[in-house]
Design a protein around this ligand. Structure first.
Ligand SMILES: Nc1ncnc2c1ncn2[C@@H]1O[C@H](COP(=O)(O)OP(=O)(O)O)[C@@H](O)[C@H]1O
Ligand SMILES: [Mg+2]
Length: 202
């Protein structure tokens, strides 16, 4: 059965679609991957022509998803899907929660983390991680934010994704792997590895 990685945060603009797309192109080098876009505003599905080798699928009957014959399915979720996230988390092997590193940004992930905790009560193998995204090169992570992150049950991944033009442009350029930005390539590769290490132990 396909492993399922869901990228979720009930807020928009945190990099869910950007990371979903780049992780999918990364995993695709070794696995039979599908990227599931359940955003009705369909940002990723519009990119089919730019990512000809990527299986971009749309399906909102979640019970059908598990039957699909892929090694890995990455699910990009839209902000308005909140009411269906619990159902989606119960099907997932891993939930990735991207956030920017500001104090209020990190405060805003608490409701998503709460849904993950609830799902874990029924689905003990569910793993999750927070990934800091769009880190500004000079500012880094403040002490207050580190403290707040440390107070959560969901771990913060070692890999941090910086604010890079190549990520912003990646939907138009076939993903950062196809770019010449070696730092962006290192970041997305290391994020993919960290997630795989976690789910392959389950
Ligand atoms: N690491 C990054 N560096 C630079 N820009 C980024 C990065 N991640 C996301 N962005 C930009 O931030 C905006 C929101 O990203 P998006 O993936 O659409 O978020 P979401 O799917 O959570 O709404 C987009 O303009 C995207 O290009
Ligand atoms: Mg999106």
């Amino acid at each position: 059965m396909a492993k399922i990685i869901t990228i979720a945060h009930q807020k928009g603009g945190v990099g869910k679609s950007t990371l979903a797309l780049n992780l999918a192109t990364c995993f695709q080098e070794q696995l039979n991957v599908a990227l599931l876009d359940i955003d009705l505003q369909g940002s990723i599905s519009d990119l089919r022509e730019d990512f000809p080798s990527l299986h971009i699928i749309t399906e909102d009957r979640f019970e059908q998803i598990q039957k699909l014959e892929y090694d890995l399915i990455i699910i990009d979720t839209p902000p308005y899907l909140s009411s269906r996230l619990p159902e989606l988390f119960l099907m997932s092997d891993y939930v990735l929660v991207p956030t920017k590193a500001g104090f209020f940004d990190v405060m805003a992930i608490r409701s998503t983390l709460h849904l993950i905790e609830e799902a874990k009560r029924k689905h003990k193998e569910l793993e999750a991680g927070i990934v800091l995204n769009m880190i500004k090169h000079r500012s880094g992570i403040t002490g207050e934010v580190q403290e707040l992150l440390a107070s959560f049950n969901t771990p913060v991944l070692k890999t941090m994704i910086h604010d890079r033009v190549s990520f912003a442009r990646s939907p138009l350029t076939g993903g950062v792997l196809a770019s010449e930005d070696s730092k962006a390539i290192d970041e997305i590769t290391s994020l993919a590895e960290e997630i795989v290490d976690t789910i392959s132990n389950t």
